[in-house]
Write a protein that binds this ligand. Structure first.
Ligand SMILES: Nc1ncnc2c1ncn2[C@@H]1O[C@H](COP(=O)(O)OP(=O)(O)OP(=O)(O)O)[C@@H](O)[C@H]1O
Length: 541
């Protein structure tokens, strides 16, 4: 290189400045080049130095210079990208923490029973005759929900191996568990046709304008309902998909919290019986969540409210909805890590589609529970009548609280009664207590919703009551896991399959003694006749 430089000076390149004067740059060309005669230049350039022509050496030098510049540029770009990633991480503490490692699943739900819709309605002309305003929140003052769950921890939902779930049953039990814990679906996405935009690594990022357009500027006619944390609107995206838009109340701290909790709980999990969260909108202080639209009301409306004018939900429909709900909870509790405790299982949060599939919604109160945690301590939240007693009394929360709420839901669906109904005589106000009393007094058959035109068989009724009573056991430890609940309810859905199994084993877990045990003290003095468990089935479901 030094010899080359010397040579270039010799041949009169006034504009070529020695490298010492330029730092890392090799040479500068100046207009003097034009002054040179082209002949002598050619001759000089063709001379060889060390066997290589001068022009080749110049070419190599220029090439090396370009490579050097490119190298510097790419190192600079790499550093920039790294620092931007760190910035993003920090901002995820302000907006929902969603790990890109969250897995979207899974395989088909094999145990679904696809009854035709007509099976599910006893059509009647009764209009809504009951106001379902019963929702009383415990502590839903929307002040800070202090608990020991890290507010900013990143979350990793991953599917747990079915085999690792503690097997309280034998191997056949495990096999069934596997089938009842097989989830997810390949569903057409309501986001088809929309550009995939998200800065959370999940879902679709809607602009405020997108959602204004979808909901006719959040017009009152589009309101589906109002919950504790915001108003839900029905909307239509530009691609024609119907969505439900939850506009969180404009209180930044709480909106933020609710927003993050929902996203953490269901942002990246999919299950046929969980309402699907499609995306979000973050603009200024606005926080919105966009869900798939579920088009057939909710269980509360079907049992007590507006949907009753469309007919009475049949026993089969109720079981299908409850079974779907149980499957969703089994999934949240037993198939993903960390598990999700919903904390607000109640009939208005069980949406229903037009095939009477349940879609569990409203995860605004949900809590995540890591595998090492037996419970968390948290402010008591939930809905009066559904909250497990130990949680209400101590604030200690784990998935067994959801099991209790599910038990209340079962009783509500069987009886058509509200969990707490002050319009009834004193001994009937509390549904759970009344039910225990009725079963204890051998009056189980009288608890069935009088609106049901076709009553369930005695056997089916008792099976569901037994499951419900197990779920509302005051001792949380004795409550079944949701996967066990699923299996027990599936047995009700497929009674003949169970019949064969029962005959073979000459035993059934659904016997009257179990029901008696589950009723606890209420039943100790009032025995249920064993013969009742073998009552012939008069009403085939
Ligand atoms: N994805 C959805 N599709 C159709 N309707 C929905 C959807 N999500 C919510 N809704 C309806 O919007 C209304 C308000 O729902 P939201 O979950 O906010 O409150 P809630 O469950 O009624 O009350 P709370 O907040 O007290 O639990 C309910 O009637 C619910 O059925």
């Amino acid at each position: 290189m030094v010899s080359l430089r010397k040579k270039l000076c010799l041949i009169g390149f006034d504009g070529l400045v020695p490298i010492e004067n330029l730092g890392t740059a090799e040479f500068l060309l100046t207009s003097n080049l034009q002054k040179m005669s082209s002949g002598s230049l050619n001759a000089e350039l063709s001379k060889k130095y060390g066997g290589i022509k001068l022009w080749v050496l110049i070419g190599i030098s220029v090439g090396a210079f370009i490579v050097l510049i490119l190298g510097i540029l790419s190192i600079w770009a790499m550093f920039r990208r790294k620092s931007r990633r760190t910035l993003d991480k920090n901002s995820l503490c302000r907006i929902p923490n969603v790990s890109k490692e969250i897995r979207v699943d899974r395989v088909g739900d094999q145990s679904t029973n696809d009854h035709p819709e007509t099976l599910f309605l006893n059509i009647n002309d009764k209009s809504s005759d009951k106001n379902s305003e019963k929702i009383v929140h415990l502590g839903r003052s929307r002040s800070s929900d202090v608990d020991n769950v890290s507010q900013c921890s990143s979350i990793y939902h991953h599917e747990r191996a079915c085999s690792s779930q503690s097997g309280e049953e034998g191997s056949s039990g495990n096999a069934r568990k596997q089938s009842s814990l097989s989830y997810g679906l390949v569903m057409p996405s309501p986001l088809i046709g929309l550009p995939e935009i998200s800065h959370l690594g999940w879902g679709h990022w809607f602009t405020l304008r997108d959602l204004e357009n979808a909901t006719n500027r959040f017009s009152p006619e589009c309101v589906l309902g109002e919950g504790g944390y915001g108003v839900v609107y029905r909307g239509r995206l530009v691609n024609g998909s119907e969505v439900a838009v939850k506009k969180l109340l404009n209180n930044l701290g709480q909106a933020e919290r609710e927003f993050r909790v929902e996203v953490e709980a269901i942002g990246n999990v999919r299950h046929k019986n969980l309402v699907r969260l499609l995306g979000y909108c973050i603009e200024g202080i606005q926080r919105m969540l966009v869900y798939e639209y579920v088009n057939n009301g909710n269980l509360e409306q079907w049992l007590h409210g507006a949907m009753r004018q469309h007919g009475t939900l049949t026993w089969e429909a109720r079981i299908k909805v409850l079974l779907g709900t149980a499957r969703a909870l089994a999934y949240l509790h037993e198939a993903i890590e960390p598990k999700v405790v919903h904390r607000d299982i109640k009939s208005s949060n069980i949406l229903i589609d037009n095939e009477f599939n349940a879609k569990v919604s409203d995860f605004g109160l949900a809590k995540l529970l890591g595998s090492g945690e037996s419970h968390i301590t948290t402010r008591v939240m939930g809905t009066f009548g559904y909250v497990a007693p130990e949680y209400a009394n101590t604030g200690l929360l784990n998935e067994k609280s959801d099991v209790y709420s599910f038990g209340v839901l079962l009783l509500e669906a069987v009886t058509g009664r509200d969990p707490v109904d002050y319009s009834r005589p004193a001994n009937e106000v509390n549904l759970v207590e009344w039910l225990k009393m009725m079963v204890g007094n051998r009056r189980a058959e009288e608890v069935v919703d009088p609106n049901l035109e076709v009553k369930p068989t005695t056997r089916a009724l008792k099976r569901v009551l037994l499951v419900a009573l197990k779920c509302v056991d005051p001792d949380a430890e004795k409550r079944p896991k949701m996967s066990q609940v699923v299996r027990m309810l599936e047995t009700d859905e497929f009674p003949y399959r169970e019949d064969r199994r029962s005959r073979r084993s000459r035993t059934t877990s659904m016997d009257v003694e179990s029901m008696k045990e589950s009723c606890g003290s209420a039943e100790t003095e009032n025995r249920v006749e064993p013969s009742e468990s073998h009552t012939s089935e008069t009403n085939n479901a």
